[in-house]
Design a protein around this ligand. Structure first.
Ligand code: SAH
Length: 359
């Protein structure tokens, strides 16, 4: 067995989550170990919630040292950990280049849902969203996406498991499919987190080519499309990337997703008081969706200190909801979680970055 310990200071240690299971098997074999060692390591990562490589006591001790000399269990560090009164927990993670991303654990009686980020910042520029206010810095790697899941997993009670993952944190997931898909594979693989693809939802601003690519990937992920407006004039204003795309093309791609995967598409609609919450907007939205197998998730705007938008009143929200329902479009209003800990996407990172920035 090669002794790698001596060269450890020359190696820029990687995150263990950066490797697919196949790559880890190859790495084990290249270090004179049997393939099953890779599965043992994954078991510690995804099932036994190891917090250090030293804990992996069923690996031979010299091999464990070799692993530790080339890899870190987690490269990200928790720099803030907030717990809301409803027990929603939010982590601000610092990555190896000093960038920060956030991820959230939401608890319900029978569910533990994680919300994870895919980019540092965002290039989409939606006018009501905190994530894009500082632009896009970079894509996350596969390991950086998975570490969010595993760091949050270690906050969950010993006898409970993650039930759902929503890719609705900072960034546009479909702009980073190259890193996201291997991460989702690790979550769905039996030797990984073992989650059903149907338990995973990918939320997108609506990039038609990428929606088709996700459909063709062949797994039954759920798709959520952030529509936010029922006509292109308003959508161009609220979601600036729309001016090169248009609602029709997005709806066509979402139809393709449904036909290919059999999964009903969810349309997200952030309700902004006096902007997109008129009865007329609800009727227009219903006209697009009543012939489709769709579900609408109405999200009352989460206030962002730096932005001028606010949720509509409750009666206006209910009016919007009942117009959709009367037209036969299934719709729900999203419950707020973690309201007292800056839980709207990107707010914790934004506030952290703004305090760090020299004025
Ligand atoms: N880029 C992806 C995923 C990240 S945002 C997307 O656009 O879907 C996840 C959801 O939260 C989107 O629907 C987004 O529009 C919404 N959102 C962003 N800022 C919000 C805010 N301040 N209040 C309520 N929802 C918000």
């Amino acid at each position: 067995m090669p002794d790698d310990a001596s060269s450890s200071d020359q190696v820029d240690t990687r995150g263990l989550c950066e490797l697919t299971l196949t790559e880890l098997v190859q790495w084990c074999e290249a270090h004179g170990q049997k393939r099953f060692r890779a599965k043992q390591i994954w078991h510690w990562l995804y099932h036994k919630r190891a917090t250090s490589i030293d804990e992996m006591i069923d690996l031979p001790s010299r091999f464990r040292e070799t692993v530790a000399s080339e890899f870190q269990l987690f490269r990200s560090k928790i720099v803030e950990h907030k717990v809301a009164s409803d027990r929603t927990e939010k982590l601000l993670l610092e990555l190896s280049d000093g960038s920060t991303v956030e991820c959230v654990l939401m608890r319900e009686t029978k569910r533990r849902t994680l919300c994870i980020s895919t980019q540092v910042g965002c290039a989409m520029g939606c006018v009501f969203c905190a994530s894009g206010m500082l632009g896009l810095k970079r894509n996350l790697s596969t390991g950086e996406i998975l570490e969010q899941v595993l760091q949050l997993d270690r906050l969950i009670e010993a006898d409970r498991r993650i039930t759902n993952v929503v890719v609705m944190g900072i960034g546009e997931p479909l702009q980073n499919l190259k890193a996201l898909l291997p991460a989702l594979d690790a979550l769905t693989e039996e030797d990984g987190m073992g989650l059903g693809a149907r338990r995973i939802t990918v939320s997108t601003v609506g990039l038609p080519k990428r929606i088709r690519e996700l459909a063709d990937y062949g797994k039954q992920f759920n798709l959520a499309v952030s529509l936010h407006a029922p006509n292109d004039k308003l959508r161009d204003e609220l979601v600036p990337v729309n001016d090169k795309i248009g609602i029709d093309e997005i709806l066509n791609a979402a139809d393709y997703f449904f036909e290919t995967t059999g999964r009903r598409v969810t349309y997200e609609y952030v309700l902004l008081g006096a902007k997109n919450d008129d009865a007329q907007h609800a009727h227009q939205l219903a006209a697009h969706l009543k012939t489709r197998n769709a579900h609408v998730n109405l999200i009352p705007m989460n206030d962002v200190e730096q932005l001028p938008f606010h949720a509509p009143s409750l009666p206006r929200t209910e009016q919007f909801l009942s117009i959709l329902e009367a037209a036969g479009v299934p719709a729900t209003v999203r419950k707020r979680k973690g309201a007292d800990i800056d839980a709207a996407c990107g707010q914790l990172r934004l506030n952290n970055e703004l305090t760090m920035q020299p004025k």
